[in-house]
Structure formats: C-alpha cells, structure tokens
Design a protein around this ligand. Sequence first.
Ligand code: 6CS
Length: 317
Amino acid sequence: ESWKFALEEIDGSVQDAYAEAFKKRIEEKSGGEVTVNIYPYGTLGTSTQLTELAANGAIQFANASPGHLGKLIPEIQVLSIPYLLSQNNECNKQVLGGSEVIYENLDEKFENQGLKLLTMYPEGQMVWTTNKKITSPEDFSNFKIRVMTSPLLVRAYEAFGANPTPMPYSEVYSGLQLGQIDGQVNPIFAIEEMKFYEVQDYMIWAGQQQFTTTVVANYGFYDGLSDEHRQLVDSTVDEMVDVIFKTQDQYNKERLEKIKQTSDIEMIHLNEEQRAVFAERAKQVEKKFVEMTGDSGEKVLNALTQEIKSCEDKMGS
Ligand code: 6CS
C-alpha cells in the first residue's frame, strides 16, 4: 500500500521534517507494508488545491494551514486571531496537540468537507518582513501586506491599519521583488528558506501570532482503514507532537542565525507598549470571527481561550 502526503512548504521545511519523520515511522512500524510518498510545495499545487486533492481522495494526507483553510472551514480561523494563542509556545503545543475539547468542536467541520483532522501543531512565531519600519498602526497606512488566503486575515490586517493582499505562498517572493506588495508575514524558518529576507529591509517582531498548521487525511480513506492501520496512523501522529515541536524550535533558531550572518536586514522587536496597541486592535478581529462563524465558532473560541489560560496558569506563565 502506498500513501501520498502533500506539503504546503518546500524541501527542508518544518512540514517536510514532519512528513519525513512520519514516513520513516509508518514504514518501519508496518515492516515495509506501507510506503509514504512526500510531495513538497510546488509539485501538486497551492495550499487550497492540496486541500481539494485531500478532500477528493487523490492524495491521502496533506498539510492544511488555517491561514488558507478559512473559506472552507471558517471555525479553524480561530487560530488566526492575533494575540490569542499563548506567548508560551509549550501551551500552544499542548493545546493544539492534545486538547479533546478543541478536536471535538472541530472534527465535524472537517468531516463535512471530506477531511479527517489528524493533528495541529505550531511552526513558530510569525514575524513581519517589510520595506519600511513599522512600529504602529499609523505606519501601516497604505502599506500592502501579503496575507494568506483566509478571509479573517484580511480583517486582522485591516484592523492593524494595513492594506492586506491575500495571495498564494508561491507568489510572495516575486510580489515583494516587483513591489506589488510591501511586506509579508511568516515564521523565521520560512523567511529564510523562501529568501524573503533578501528582498526586504526589516524583520519586525510584534508577538501577534504563532504560525499553526493542521495535518488532514481524506475522510473516506481514514474511515476505511483497518484497525491496525488506523492505530499505526494515530500512534504516529501522537508521537510526532513532541518531535515536531523540538524541530520547529531548532529550525527557527538556526535560520535566524543564518539570516543574521548573510544579510544586513534590520531586526526590530516591538516593546510591550507598541504591542499593546496592536493587541487592542485584535479585539475587533475576535468580534469579526464570531460574526463570521456564529455559535459554533464562538464555542471553539471559548474552548481555546480557556484551555490556553488553564495551561498558562498551570505552567505559571
Ligand atoms: O505563507 C504561507 O502561505 C505559508 N507559510 C508557511 C510557513 N507554511 C505554509 C503556508 O502556506
């Protein structure tokens, strides 16, 4: 048996590290009975297209990031509300990797789209890269910032005072180079491997957002697995929670050093006061989210907020 796993990121990325480790485990544990083929970004299509392929069963597994999933599953955009996830990434890992409340609330939404939600994991703090120094919403005036294609992200960056432009990942580098956009936002490892830092002047930390992704399977495929194979998938997904958390942390640290060594891009960390101004604006985004998703979205929002808070209380952060 052969399973296809499609990525929204290129070779050497965090999603690639996940898929490689997943593949290795599945193939070993199944004694070679199952093989996994990995399709990095660029081989099968944009994020949106990969989700379609997984939903229609052309592929068995795919990464489907909330940043691109919002039109199909509006509730998943809860993960795109700025300043909602924890500053303590350990809590994000725990809640995204294991919270039954969150999965209970989201399972059905994915199933309705032909998808099985297998797992969610953080890939690192998202950093703005820009051609202009941005420290306040006023600085964002008339600033074209590329966002992923989920509708809530447009709302979020409007609330921050910018002109958001949704576009696929593959078009960002040329968009920056040609001046069609003035900036974009992504975790550090991606800024390095996609070379965005080469065509930008600033990297700006505002603490607003953790990049998160989901791994989905085709629903019919997952549902039709033998008990043995379902157990194989489920146990591997469980094991991967800690593995990928360490990897993303390491990749983001290493790649930041690489950027520092190879470029003179200016790095700016917004202070508490500057962040608070953006955080205040994020409250409008939370409202928009509830408007967009109604009761079901509000339930997910409340569950997530509570789970994060109780983790932070436990960890004393
Ligand atoms: O910005 C994007 O569209 C993409 N960024 C990352 C880090 N992963 C996948 C996503 O599609």
